[in-house]
Ligand binder design. Sequence first.
Ligand SMILES: Nc1ncnc2c1ncn2[C@@H]1O[C@H](COP(=O)(O)OP(=O)(O)O)[C@@H](O)[C@H]1O
Ligand SMILES: [Mg+2]
Length: 283
Amino acid sequence: MSAEMTTPGAPAALPPRGGAASGPASAVPRRPLEQSPKIDVRSLRKAFATAKGPLPVVDGVDFSIADGEFVAIVGPSGCGKSTLMNIVAGFERPDAGEVLVDNEPLRRPGPKGIVISQHGSVFPWLTVQQNLMFGLNGLTHGDPAAQAALADHYAAMVGLKGFEQAYPHELSGGMLKRAEIARALVVKPDILYMDEPFSALDALMNLRMRNELLRVLSEERHTVLLITHDVEEAIYLADRILVLSPRPATIQARFAVTLPHPRRLGSPEAQALREAVLKELGL
Ligand SMILES: Nc1ncnc2c1ncn2[C@@H]1O[C@H](COP(=O)(O)OP(=O)(O)O)[C@@H](O)[C@H]1O
Ligand SMILES: [Mg+2]
């Protein structure tokens, strides 16, 4: 059982709250877990073998994510964020500890989750529409016209209307990223794992994608684990923020973000939270 589960619960609905950054990180309130968590991460450890000997990268990480909750993990570059994500998503095995999804030990990437990474995952030889339909093939035996309509719906949702027949090489970086997000969402995954999904985008597109994501999540409540080095992105999007230490990664602080959506990053509460998170990061 993770230590986090013993902390006092917060109301299930996220109420507006005055001082998001008030209170010590160790006393962060959180939603009660009526049922077992969607994702339960227990005592993970991981070291990589290198020429100079073992390189410890994850050093005892415990957390859980409730069904429908949005958790962001922030940490300095190279601290082990992607390694942790790879373990939590089932792509990498930990040296010790375990990951449970719906109470089942995860030993390989599960069918319930989908990863959106910094690196592209669209097929270059397929059009936007075909890429989106590709994700549907395994799930439905519906007629191609219905699948194409669903693909087009998600393409439009991320602002790619009119580009359904375009190939990836015809898209800008931002459009490609949006195609990827649409491709992940179209299969309606239980869990979205996102490793710095917007970091390659320009600032305006980054802001736009945050809003697109929130809009989609308000319609379709996925459980989300977001890895980011962008504290404001985490505050804008997440229900909770976990701050990692420098490598080897441990959880240094936990913050609940109970500000109502749409959030104003310039608000005193958001600014106070930003300060508190940055302080934990040593900035
Ligand atoms: N497969 C690997 N073999 C050896 N070292 C690795 C491997 N993957 C990552 N590392 C090292 O682990 C550390 C953490 O990497 P990573 O998890 O990618 O950090 P982050 O995503 O926080 O920037 C880095 O020092 C990196 O060089
Ligand atoms: Mg990384």
